[in-house]
Design a binder for this molecule. Sequence first.
Ligand SMILES: [Zn+2]
Length: 300
Amino acid sequence: MDVFLSFDVERHSFETNTHDNSTGADSVIKRIENDAMPRLLQLLAEYNAKATFFSTAIFAKNSPKTIRSIVLAGHEAACHGYDHDDYYDALSLEKQIYFLQKSKSIIEEAANVPLVSFRAPALRINKDTVRALESTGFQYDSSVSSQRFDGPFTSGAIKKLKWLTAHRKPYHPDYSSPYKKGNSTITEVPVSALGWPFISTHLRIAPTITFAVQKLLMLEADYTHKPLVFLMHPQEVLFFQKGKMAHSHNSRKTNFFSGELRHALKFRNLGDSCFELFRKVLHNCQQHQANFKTIKEVSL
Ligand SMILES: [Zn+2]
């Protein structure tokens, strides 16, 4: 069974539910650099597990040390957009190319190796993303989550209904739609889901359901050779004080369900409990003869 562990490395703060613009020792970026990342790299080493770290360019610019430590430990450094507010499903082909080029070169400077894999901020892409990735030298994408159903709880929820019909195994997407099989040179590595997504946010909110989903995904892998693709954020292993959600630019447009309730759920099992839940995900994989790979090591 092939397992792709992936981390989205960004400066999102659970306290304010926005970007953390602070620069001090207690900023999210510094806490990831000094606390979350060393612990996670150590844990991955214990399981001899390779992972892929999709970082925003702003994160890489402010913490090149983190990106270097990822590469030095044998993991894959990859791109997660410029600053997480470049939503590719709302951008023209030209704008996507502009953001991809800019982000790629900033992260490559920190990593000191070429980047070939991309995951869109908030997993938001459109039909032009495939061409934009090809023309900026990317070879792999992991922005689709086949058969994941979020209801109204996620950004760009309506467009994400297309996930329901996307292929489960890695595939070459079509130029007309990233959710269809086609002839592009990009390899899509979909994040695992069975209605319920196999990601750390949902692992923290409902561990029992997520571990049940992991069991089913591992059984599926035995029969179809579909790999497991898990998504996590490094700052989830940090402790955050639950404060009042900042009234961000879009708070007026959101309702209670996608705003305050979602914010409250996101505080569940943060910090050490998230770390231990992730250890259990790794343990379950190991018990199932996992072959941990980075995204660029995928084979079709
Ligand atoms: Zn992200």
